[in-house]
Design a protein around this ligand. Sequence first.
Ligand code: SF4
Length: 253
Amino acid sequence: MKHDEAGKSVVRRVELKISRYSPETCHAPHFDHFEINADDTTTLIDAFEEIKEAIDPTFTFRSSCHDGVCGSCTVIVNGVERQACFVTLLELSKSKEELVIEPMHNFETIRDLVVDMTPFFDRLRTVRPRIVIEDAPVWTEKEIPQSTENLNKMKNSEKCIECGACVSACPIVSIDQHFLGPAALVAAYRSSIDSRDQAKRQRIEIIDSEHGVWRCHSIYHCVDVCPKNVEPAVAISALRNMIMSERLKRLRF
Ligand code: SF4
């Protein structure tokens, strides 16, 4: 097996074409080309770190856990949202020689691969993404139990790491910047099906709206790109059922 100067086993030299943007020096994003020696353990985030340390210290990207948990390193690779710490260069370059790396879509780029997540978290906050118990103190020693059956219902939506990949892939967000988007609707679903929550009706008022749950066209790109298999489109469909049954209840009484 061949080795590079650092002693790392080299399997292949991979070409990366990376979107660069600096608000101080350029008016529009452009691509820079890099070549990285990759063995079968080299992740995309390893490549980013090598570029920053050895080639261009101005290269800017976001990362934290390096273990597929925080979602902060999510970027677009050859048109698809991926977690940079969780994919190897060799796996990515199996089908294409050159890897084209861009920041997530539907977010404003701050610099290179770093996007502004503020509107994403604002939308999450809109749906009150937590268990709301109006008469409970902020901190209590009293246990508020939940059934295993109820826990099982929310398990999938609980896995969301708020990476933003589903919002980046959503064609509706790209034409309606006010659409709550898949991640916020997953959060609304997760909190609303919790048997301890008391804010379901308020949440329904927020999501049963022009830019809420009915704006989704069930295109399912969110399901395809979610790294945690949260299936946002399934949560959105369940929210629609929830809204309809609340409407029926109001008609009956
Ligand atoms: S639903 Fe999936 S893709 Fe969307 S923010 Fe959560 S983990 Fe990321």
